[in-house]
Each structure stands twice: as structure tokens, then as C-alpha cells.
Write a protein that binds this ligand. Structure first.
Ligand SMILES: C[S@@+](CC[C@H](N)C(=O)[O-])C[C@H]1O[C@@H](n2cnc3c(N)ncnc32)[C@H](O)[C@@H]1O
Ligand code: SF4
Length: 381
């Protein structure tokens, strides 16, 4: 398989074909907005200008003050039916641009749903090694089907298109994980992602992932040999994970020729012996994209040294986490949820998103007073 970034830059040096069609679709949507909210109609008009100027940038430049479609977004459009293009771009615009002007959308544009907080591994850089968390019975559990469907229903009813099925634990440990993916597809959400340690993949689950048209599966691992892998991903077996990823590829290639699902290896830079070039060359044979993210010191977010950063945190305007027991949280750096903003068993997602607690945190950040919040005072982001 080719590296996706390489593929994209070759394939999309001339994105005019996509832009032209997109321009027509946006113009027709602006004329007939149907039941679109006034927020979405405003976004449609901004998007029309972007498309008419054919503005495309690489992902690394995506955080500019102006919205430019990234190569990844163009790639998404290429892979998906035109009927979802406009809604997808509205979602991407809100997700990337609203945080820059600290605008709070009507509903979170991105939800991260945690099927379970339990994990079968103990990766050395992860909060799963904090036993005050994993041994706390009230913190460990599985999401009920009723809560899950209620959250997804609200997302679908409010035009939220993006869901990641993972947060603090290993999502594939939930017995109904496959069914959950099918339910999201049934509800018409089109940008679903999964993060998994790939230890529990099996044929049935791989079919569930591919047939429910998950847009991206990220396999979390950081090494190219059993020795280095097992030093970091404690409890995992390199050979099993590699063979599971090969099984995924075999099934995708034989049964899902036109699959929309892309794959990624996401490693964390934890060990000086890790070699990014080796990671790239080894794993690009097996996945579409290989990334290594910086190590965020979050295994004990609460006792880290204080950074006292003054910047407003973007996450407060772009996403919300819904954990297995309904707890809603602004981020998973705060894995013990000291910043809990509400509970989805008791309130609607929209009310929590615009509620008193979330609003207070945003105001503190905007007024350069985030150091009054633990763990915002210790967060490097
Ligand atoms: C907490 S895991 C939960 C989902 C799943 N168990 C997995 O490993 O993909 C979500 C993502 O966080 C990453 N991660 C874990 N510890 C991290 C750290 N200290 N800094 C940055 N990313 C980290 C993992 O590699 C994974 O991609
Ligand atoms: S990174 Fe994922 S697999 Fe590793 S311990 Fe954390 S939750 Fe588990």
C-alpha cells in the first residue's frame, strides 16, 4: 500500500474537478437549504468563497485563519458519494474554524464516545497505568445500549457528523462494539473513526468495521519489532497484532473492493530508540498512513508540574467526550473527570455543551485564567 500523503499529493495536484462539482453542489444547497439551521447556512456561504478560489492546503497548514480544504478532506470527498459532500464540509468547517474564533456551535461538531473505560493493555505512557484510576470500581465499566443509542440519536438529529468510538479504554472489549458501528451507519453519520490497540480484532469484527463504512481505523502501536513493541504496549503481542492487521487487509482487499475505510498506524514518541523512518518504511506496507504523535505526559495529569499556559484550548470549542457512564468531559487529559460538564443520562448533549460549567471553563480560558482549573493548569496543549 502507498503512503496516503504521497498518494494524495500526486493525485490532487489538480483538485479542480472536485472543486467545480463542489461549487455546483454548494450553490444548489444555498438556493434550497431545506431544513438547514441558520448556523449551517452561514457556513455554506463561507464555503462557497473557499471553493471558488480553489483553496487547498496541506494538513500542516490547515490551522490558518482562512479555511482551506486539506488534501485529506479532498481525499474524503473522492471516496464518498456526492450526496454527503456538503454536509461533510460544513462539519469540517465548524470543527476547524469555530475554535479559532471561539465560536460555540449549537451542538458539538465532534463527539468521542467511549464504549468502555477498561483496557487489556498497560501501555507505559497511558493513564491506564495509574492504578488510582483503574482500581477505582466506579471509574471502570461498559456503556449501556440505551445510553449509546440515545447519544447517537441526538448526534444524528443535530447534524453532528463525526464520532470517534474510543476514549480512555479499548473499545473492542465491548461485546456490542460491532453492533454500535452498524447503528451509527444506520443513523446516517458519515465520519466515524476508531482507535484500537488491534489485539482483539477478529474476522467478525473486521467485517463489522468494513461493512459499517467506518471512515478511519487507527491502530495504536509504536514499533517494528516484538521487543520494542512489547516494552511499550505492555500486555500486547507484536506477532498477534501484525497478523490481525494483515487479516484486516486481506478481508478489505477480497470482500470490500471499494471500501471507504482508510487505515493508520499511530505511534507515540516515548522511547529514544524508536526510529520514525523505520516505522514509516515497515508499516506503510500494511496501512494507508503512518504517524507518530508527541508523548503527552498524562499518566498522572493531576500531579504533573504546572505549565500555566495562557492560550485558549481549542478542544473546548470543537468536541466533547461521552464516557461509558454518561459522564461528559471536555478532554481525556482529565481522565478522572474533575472537569465533568454533565451527565448524558440526565441532560441532553446540547444542554451540556452550552451549559453553565462548560461556559465557565471557556470564559476562564478566554480571560487567560485557565491556570485556575486543574488539570488545565498542567496540560501542555
Ligand atoms: C488512550 S487510547 C484508547 C484507544 C485504544 N485503546 C488505543 O490504544 O488506540 C487513544 C490513543 O491515545 C494514544 N496515547 C496513549 N497515551 C498517550 C500519550 N501519553 N500521549 C499521546 N497519545 C497517547 C494511544 O496510542 C491511542 O492512539
Ligand atoms: S493506549 Fe490504548 S491500549 Fe494502551 S493502555 Fe492506553 S487505552 Fe490501553
Amino acid at each position: 500500500m502507498v503512503n496516503i500523503l504521497q498518494f494524495l499529493s500526486e493525485d490532487f495536484t489538480q483538485p479542480s474537478r472536485v472543486n467545480e462539482r463542489l461549487g455546483q453542489l454548494l450553490a444548489s444547497e444555498i438556493q434550497n437549504p431545506g431544513s438547514k439551521s441558520s448556523e449551517d447556512i452561514g457556513v455554506l456561504n463561507d464555503l462557497k468563497n473557499v471553493v471558488s478560489q480553489s483553496q487547498v492546503s496541506s494538513a500542516v497548514q490547515a490551522e490558518s485563519k482562512q479555511f482551506r480544504m486539506t488534501l485529506q478532506e479532498l481525499h474524503w470527498l473522492e471516496k464518498h458519494d456526492e450526496s454527503s459532500w456538503v454536509d461533510y464540509l460544513i462539519h469540517r468547517y465548524k470543527f476547524r474554524m469555530f475554535p479559532q474564533s471561539q465560536k460555540v456551535s449549537d451542538f458539538p461538531s465532534y463527539l468521542l464516545i467511549e464504549p468502555t473505560s477498561v483496557c487489556n493493555l498497560r501501555c507505559v505512557m497511558c493513564f491506564q497505568i495509574d492504578e488510582t484510576f483503574t482500581r477505582d470500581k466506579s471509574a471502570m465499566g461498559l456503556m449501556s445500549w440505551e445510553l449509546f443509542t440515545s447519544v447517537v440519536d441526538q448526534a444524528a438529529d443535530n447534524g453532528c457528523q463525526a464520532i470517534t468510538m474510543a476514549s480512555r479504554g479499548e473499545p473492542t472489549l465491548h461485546k456490542r462494539f460491532g453492533e454500535m458501528l452498524h447503528y451509527i451507519k444506520l443513523k446516517g453519520l458519515f465520519d466515524t473513526k476508531i482507535n484500537t490497540n488491534a489485539t482483539r480484532l477478529n474476522e467478525k469484527l473486521i467485517h463489522d468495521i468494513l461493512s459499517s463504512e467506518v471512515s478511519n481505523v487507527t491502530f495504536s502501536l509504536d514499533a517494528t519489532t516484538a521487543e520494542s513493541y512489547e516494552k511499550i504496549r505492555v500486555g500486547g503481542k507484536f506477532d498477534e497484532v501484525l497478523s490481525n492487521i494483515k487479516m484486516f487487509n486481506r478481508i478489505r482487499a477480497t470482500d470490500y473492493l471499494n471500501s471507504v475505510t482508510t487505515t493508520r498506524i499511530s505511534g507515540v514518541a516515548v522511547d529514544p530508540d524508536q526510529n520514525p523512518a523505520e516505522m514509516q518504511s515497515f508499516w506503510s506496507e500494511f496501512v494507508d498512513e503512518v504517524t507518530i504523535v508527541p508523548n503527552i505526559q498524562r499518566w498522572d495529569s493531576y500531579n504533573n508540574p504546572r505549565f500555566n499556559r495562557k492560550e485558549v484550548c481549542n478542544i473546548l470549542y470543537s468536541r466533547m467526550y461521552v464516557w461509558w457512564d454518561g459522564t461528559c468531559n471536555p478532554c481525556d487529559f482529565d481522565y478522572k473527570s474533575l472537569l465533568q460538564v454533565g451527565n448524558a443520562n440526565e441532560q441532553s448533549i446540547a444542554d451540556i455543551w452550552k451549559g453553565e460549567r462548560y461556559t465557565r471553563y471557556r470564559k476562564l480560558h478566554e480571560n487567560m485564567r485557565r491556570s485556575e482549573l486543574n488539570p488545565c493548569d498542567r496540560c501542555p496543549l
